[in-house]
Write a protein that binds this ligand. Structure first.
Ligand SMILES: C=CC1=C(C)c2cc3[nH]c(cc4nc(cc5[nH]c(cc1n2)c(C)c5CCC(=O)O)C(CCC(=O)O)=C4C)c(C)c3C=C
Ligand SMILES: [Fe+2]
Length: 427
């Protein structure tokens, strides 16, 4: 069967896809795949096939007040990719946002890939096979400060605190790894699903956006998807995320993460969030030669348990009031500077990943942290925390070299809308 699909290669954009018909079809396809798996092997009650076990059918919501991928429990794999918009035409920018919405909806919902005339390029890269499974995919779209320069007439509707990421004293920022008009945070259960999504979005965005930089991230699979408990293990061997605010608490997320009507932000931005991405190299060979006690004093937590120094369990409360001189937890430890537990110190929602990309020319491992965090107040959130961290002992072991500040667009209310529609219509 040859089906003509609305790709960006000459066909009109169709915001709001996938259609009900496609959803029904994909549901049938998934049901069929499940039946085939059940039929294909004899399993006892309670046993699951490897496909079911791997969560390929897991699906996150496409529509809602907020985009998925911010408060969603962290997936095991990620790509953060930044793009520059081609040209200086607001109509084309709207078209790009429509195309992205349509493709992201398809990729997150999954379904069979239509065949088409083999004289044309195939509709899909094929790297996942003939059916696209959702695999817990989220694609979260943010915009950088550069989108609000004079190209698209959006200057007057820029989020109040959105600026290009300034360099902190320990940074060695490389411009080719920084900023971008648009950022896509692609997360799912597997690196393959993310690569497939990125290739699809690059293909359909061709002529409308160009890739600027891209970084793959991962987490140890056994540390993710423990509902409500977000700590994972970073490449310095420490539990990361322990003190994160509870992302399943909607009222707390409204207070800390999602932009609210009383914040003086443009109306279109309500329901969005400020996102910070930092590409931070870890000098892991040097770290691995550092005594454990020193490592623990640098972070202010025990490595094996994640417990605060002097305590036994990861989620034991942190209390600096009985340790004013830093005898237990050094005053310049990472957690004490990041969150001194004084009135006015504000929490952020961290959602980072590890990265590893081989070795440097100097023969060292090139590993680090793809740091990501969200907040509804950038000045009181990341910027205030980073200022307190400037000069911390951890700096001897890390070197931030890229990333950016972005604004995550509000969610898409339903199938007839598209990402960033409120922004385009506010201009
Ligand atoms: C400016 C924000 C932060 C940057 C940049 C950052 C880099 C960074 N962090 C770790 C490892 C850990 N961080 C931990 C806690 C922690 N980190 C930040 C902020 C930044 N970290 C905050 C706000 C907190 C929470 C503090 C608290 O409330 O107690 C921890 C401890 C465990 C945890 O709570 O997550 C670790 C470990 C690395 C390796 C790193 C850069 C490479
Ligand atoms: Fe940290």
């Amino acid at each position: 069967m040859v089906v003509k699909d609305g790709t960006d290669n000459g066909d009109a954009a169709r915001p709001g896809e996938p259609s009900r018909r496609r959803l029904l079809k994909s549901g049938l396809a998934l049901a069929g795949a499940g039946a085939a798996l059940v039929a294909g092997c004899s399993r006892g009650v309670g046993q699951t096939s490897s496909a079911e076990h791997s969560g390929i059918h897991q699906r996150q919501p496409v529509f809602g007040a907020h985009q998925s991928g911010v408060t969603t429990p962290t997936q095991a794999a990620a790509i953060v990719a930044a793009f520059d918009v081609v040209g200086a035409d607001r109509g084309r920018l709207a078209r790009l946002l429509q195309v992205l919405t349509r493709r992201i909806a398809f990729l997150m919902e999954g379904g069979p890939v239509p065949e088409r005339d083999p004289r044309l390029p195939p509709l899909d890269s094929g790297v996942l096979g003939p059916d696209v499974f959702p695999d817990n995919l989220t694609v979260t779209v943010g915009v950088g400060a550069s989108l609000f320069d004079d190209r698209f007439g959006l200057e007057a509707v820029k989020p109040r605190q959105l600026i290009e990421m300034p360099a902190s004293p320990n940074d060695a920022l490389d411009a080719t790894w920084c900023d971008g008009d648009i950022v896509l945070q692609i997360c799912s259960n597997t690196a393959e699903t993310n690569l497939h999504a990125l290739r699809d979005l690059i293909k359909h965005g061709a002529g409308l956006m160009n890739l600027r930089w891209s970084m793959d991230g991962f987490l140890p699979p056994h540390t993710v998807q423990k509902l409500g408990k977000d700590s994972v293990i970073n490449l310095m061997g420490f539990k990361d995320g322990t003190a994160n605010p509870d992302a399943s608490d909607a009222a707390l997320m409204d207070r800390l993460v999602w932009v609210q009507p009383d914040q003086g932000e443009p109306d279109w931005a309500i329901g969005g969030s400020y996102q910070v991405v930092r590409l931070i190299r870890n000098f892991v060979e040097f770290w691995d030669r550092t005594p454990l006690r020193e490592q623990e004093r640098i972070f202010g937590r025990h490595r094996a348990t994640g417990a605060p120094l002097g305590r036994s369990h990861e989620h034991d409360p942190v209390d600096f009031s009985n340790d004013p001189d830093g005898r237990i937890t050094p005053l310049d430890s990472h957690i004490r500077l990041a969150n001194p537990r004084t009135p006015g110190s504000r929490q952020i929602l961290r959602r980072g990943f590890n990265y590893s990309r081989g070795m440097t020319r100097a023969g060292q491992l090139d590993q680090g942290l793809l740091f990501v965090c969200f907040q509804n107040d950038l000045d009181d959130g990341f910027i205030a925390i980073q200022r307190r961290l400037d000069g911390e002992p951890l700096e001897e072991y890390i070197k931030p070299f890229g990333g950016g500040f972005y604004f995550v667009l509000p969610g898409v209310p339903g199938p007839v809308h598209y990402l960033g529609q409120s922004l385009i219509e506010a201009a």
